[in-house]
Design a protein around this ligand. Structure first.
Ligand code: ZN
Length: 192
């Protein structure tokens, strides 16, 4: 491909349905932006404790071709996700807003084999296997899910542990005195 060749940039539709089938095999750069509501992302909806006005994600996409020494120019995809959803706080068990501000960079590759060969130590960008019907919506949903904290909580000091969590802790302390497996193990070692 001639690097001086000016390729027309294709504007992506902001329609979630259209994002399910994007032809990334065409030698053209893409650009697009839009908003996804939580209900556009079924797997994210499953994680949400409630859906409030304003919840959802602004997204921006841009692809470009980058020279790669000794091989074809590489197609790079940059994805920005910015937004909010509500999940259950694991301290107080109430709704908790999680703000997301994510910038990711991908190298678009043609085959699974090329993705497998891609150096895993490259933390700046990940390979994505493209197709003529690439599901960009699914990629964005994956990114939202990957960005969620494992144990979502309000900021420190913002909330108090829920009463049932105290209850569980008390119960555990009580049973600890009776048969803490570590004490049992210690005793076994002592006796041997
Ligand atoms: Zn909380």
């Amino acid at each position: 491909m001639n690097r001086n060749q000016v390729l027309p940039q294709v504007q992506l539709s902001a329609e979630p349905a259209a994002l399910k089938k994007v032809d990334f095999c065409a030698p053209q750069p893409y650009k697009g932006a839009g908003f996804l509501s939580i209900s556009d992302l079924p797997r994210v909806l499953e994680e949400a404790s409630s859906v409030n006005p304003g919840d959802g994600f602004d997204w921006q996409i841009e692809t470009h071709f980058e020279d790669s020494p000794g091989s074809e120019p590489r197609q790079i995809l940059q994805l920005g996700l910015h937004g909010r959803l509500h999940v259950i706080c694991q301290r107080c068990l109430q709704d908790c807003a999680i703000n997301l501000d994510d910038q990711r960079r991908f190298v678009l590759v043609q085959t699974e084999a090329a993705a497998d060969d891609y150096p895993i130590e490259d933390e700046d960008q990940e390979p994505l296997v493209i197709s003529q019907h690439f599901n960009l919506l699914e990629t964005m949903e994956d990114e939202v899910l990957l960005s969620l904290p494992l144990i979502p909580k309000h900021p420190e000091g913002f909330c108090e542990p829920h009463a049932t969590i105290f209850g569980i802790e008390d119960e555990e302390e009580g049973s600890e005195e009776r048969e803490n497996p570590f004490n049992v193990l210690k005793n076994m070692k002592k006796n041997s």
